[in-house]
Ligand binder design. Structure first.
Ligand SMILES: C[S@@+](CC[C@H](N)C(=O)[O-])C[C@H]1O[C@@H](n2cnc3c(N)ncnc32)[C@H](O)[C@@H]1O
Length: 238
């Protein structure tokens, strides 16, 4: 790990040393759209799924429940979070189904960490808003995909359709936890998808509170939020 990444790891450990014990109970109220992301993963039989910034493992456990054949891989920079994830996985899943590793998502080297180079699904849930080099993390995630694989992202949007007081209050509160919603997320994902010859599907959720995005091979199937978004664009649905 670079010196900069080691500093960020220490910051994240400080953030979560105590928070991790109440994390799942408290975050379910405001990390919205995570279950939509998991439901749309559509993991192929025996498929491999990597979460970058897996935190307590809450999402990967849900992936394991919905897709009992999936092999689960979790990367996080915080050792404290990984300890919590390992104890949750150990209680609920056989050891051969899951692998956790500490590392910086911006410098992802899946081959060394997991002995797997490419995954069927890679996802980032409320993580890019905490990674200083988030564009590099997107590049690394795309590089870790199989040709038919898909990248899924859910994160804070820009709250464009919510009252101004709500937006500024939320932003001030998120800053206390070192979270910075990425205004350029759509542009960067669209650019990276174009360069990789892939397609981007991008949805704004809950009055722009959150953004949900997927990048896949040309013509990859639409999910329920994609279908609703195109119906709304055509003026024939909500
Ligand atoms: C807000 S939590 C989200 C956890 C989980 N994805 C969820 O949806 O509940 C963000 C997680 O990203 C991790 N993280 C932050 N920067 C990271 C980096 N550079 N590389 C890997 N993980 C990182 C944090 O340690 C934390 O566990």
């Amino acid at each position: 790990m670079t010196r900069q990444a080691a500093g960020h790891a220490a910051l994240m450990d400080g953030n979560y040393r105590f928070q991790r014990h109440v994390y799942d109970a408290t975050r379910k109220h405001y990390l919205l759209g995570r279950d939509k992301l998991v439901a749309a993963l559509d993991v192929p039989p025996g498929g491999s799924v990597l979460e970058i910034g897996c935190g307590t493992g809450r999402n990967l456990l849900e992936v394991g429940r919905l897709y009992p054949h999936a092999r689960l891989y979790g990367l996080d920079i915080s050792r404290a979070m990984l300890e919590t994830a390992a104890s949750a996985f150990g209680n609920r899943l056989p050891p051969e189904r899951w692998h956790l590793a500490q590392g910086d998502a911006a410098q992802l080297d899946a081959g060394s960490l997991f002995a797997v180079e490419r995954f069927d699904r890679v996802f980032a849930s409320y993580t890019l808003s905490m990674i200083p080099d988030w564009e590099q993390a997107i590049d690394a995630a795309l590089a870790a995909l199989k040709p038919q694989g898909t990248l899924h992202v859910v994160d804070f949007g820009q709250q464009a359709a919510l009252p101004h007081w709500f937006r500024s209050g939320l932003r001030a509160w998120l800053r206390r936890f070192h979270v910075e919603p990425r205004a350029g997320l759509h542009t960067v994902l669209a650019d990276r998808a174009r360069v990789a010859g892939r397609e981007l599907r991008f949805n704004s959720l809950y009055r722009d509170y959150a953004w949900l995005a997927r990048i896949g091979p040309a013509g990859f199937p639409q999910s329920a939020p994609d279908r609703r978004a195109s119906a709304a664009t055509m003026g024939c649905g909500r």
